[in-house]
Design a binder for this molecule. Structure first.
Ligand SMILES: NC(=O)C1=CN([C@@H]2O[C@H](COP(=O)(O)OP(=O)(O)OC[C@H]3O[C@@H](n4cnc5c(N)ncnc54)[C@H](O)[C@@H]3O)[C@@H](O)[C@H]2O)C=CC1
Ligand SMILES: O=C([O-])CC(=O)C(=O)O
Length: 339
């Protein structure tokens, strides 16, 4: 779980010297929603990633400008912009990884589930196109509510006869990024060395950081752990409120999305021991989807890792989150099968 350092090092290497493209395979990454608040900085970060050879930027509008801008950066990948549904096929063809930050963000007072009505349809349409044009791609689902959009994507892929549970990921990396930052602040340790698994889902109490497994260990008192847990669970809302109607986390999400996509690319390229938390099809609990540590490899998910030892507080948190997560998963499945 230390891709942040390796991504930073990769980017530093690229800015220091020109990149030798013989060293790594060709990889096409498509960003769907690339002209948006997350999409733009995410496209920038993927352009800085030396593992990417082709960067495909798709949105309903605005992508030619974003693509022209990003394409001037002197790094490995060739950038193409695609705008509008009639260019979606070209945007997707041959993609190894498809990152989806397409959809509306929250405003103050809204829950992630309040985005369901609009985003469910967007995700459904985009996943149907993935099933058609790049069924082998690893899908990195960012669009909220992740607890429902991932099950929607799974159902759409199943209907198309293209579902491979190893290739579908809900991106929960921002929860891990936040847990690491907040923990380092309280534990007074070097943030670059911190690891904290975050399990469950990606909304409110379904986000369950496992501070009992945090390293370096710090023996923080229970009230501090409780406060850290709450802050991690409410991290998205903290940003939504601070932005006061201008959307939700975009920059930290772009960073987290770039980390997760980098981990997927490393896995595809055969780098060993790439482990990240993600919301995937799972048998770790009785729920069909669950976020936990996942080992990434040449086919996507190599292994869904278990939860490890939980504190009593975390055990309680796990039981409390299950009904909400179950309902969100079922809502997604029902939507995909009714519409
Ligand atoms: N998983 C996570 O941790 C996080 C998820 N999010 C979610 O990411 C999503 C995007 O957030 P922002 O970038 O801030 O929103 P935004 O509104 O700034 O950008 C969304 C983009 O999606 C595009 N879009 C809409 N329909 C589309 C379609 N059918 N095909 C392609 N593109 C389409 C829009 O044109 C827009 O450019 C939201 O649902 C938000 O809740 C945000 C932060 C963290
Ligand atoms: O809170 C939101 O709506 C966006 C999000 O998922 C996050 O920042 O974790």
């Amino acid at each position: 779980m230390r891709p942040s350092m390796s991504l930073v090092r990769s980017v530093q290497r690229v800015t220091r010297r020109s990149y030798s493209s013989e060293a790594v395979p060709e990889r096409k990454v498509a960003v769907l929603g690339a002209a948006g608040g997350i999409g733009q900085p995410l496209s920038l970060l993927m352009k800085l990633n030396p593992l990417v050879s082709h960067l495909s930027l798709y949105d309903i509008a605005g992508t030619p400008g974003v693509a022209a801008d990003v394409s001037h950066i002197n790094t490995r990948s060739e950038v193409k912009g695609y705008a509008g549904e009639d260019q979606l096929a070209q945007a997707l063809e041959g993609a190894d990884v498809v990152i989806i930050p397409a959809g509306v963000p929250r405003k103050p007072g809204m829950t992630r589930d309040d985005l369901f009505n609009i985003n469910a349809g967007i995700v459904k349409g985009l996943t149907a196109a993935i099933a058609k044009y790049c069924p082998n791609a690893l899908i990195n689902m960012i669009s909220n509510p992740v607890n429902s959009t991932v099950p929607i994507a799974a159902e759409v892929l199943k209907k198309a006869g293209k579902y491979d549970e190893k290739r579908l990921f809900g991106v929960t990396t921002l929860d891990v990024v936040r847990a690491k930052t907040f923990y380092a602040g309280k534990a007074n340790v070097n943030v670059a060395e911190v690891n904290v698994p975050v399990v469950g889902g990606h909304a409110g109490i379904t986000i369950l950081p496992l501070f009992s497994q945090a390293t370096p260990t710090a023996n923080l008192p229970h009230d501090v752990i409780k406060a850290l847990t709450k802050r991690t669970q409410d991290g998205g809302t903290e940003v939504v409120e601070a932005k006061a109607g201008k959307g939700s986390a975009t920059l930290s999400m772009a960073y987290a999305g770039a980390l997760f996509a980098d981990a997927c690319l490393k896995g595809l390229n055969g780098v060993p021991d790439v482990v990240e938390c993600s919301f995937v099809q799972s048998s770790v609990t009785e729920l069909p989807f669950f976020a936990s540590k996942v080992r990434l490899g040449r086919n996507g998910v190599e292994e869904v890792l278990g939860l490890g030892n939980l504190s009593d507080f975390e055990k309680e948190g796990l039981e409390s989150l299950k009904p909400e997560l179950k309902a969100s998963i079922e809502k997604g499945i029902q939507f995909a099968n009714q519409n």
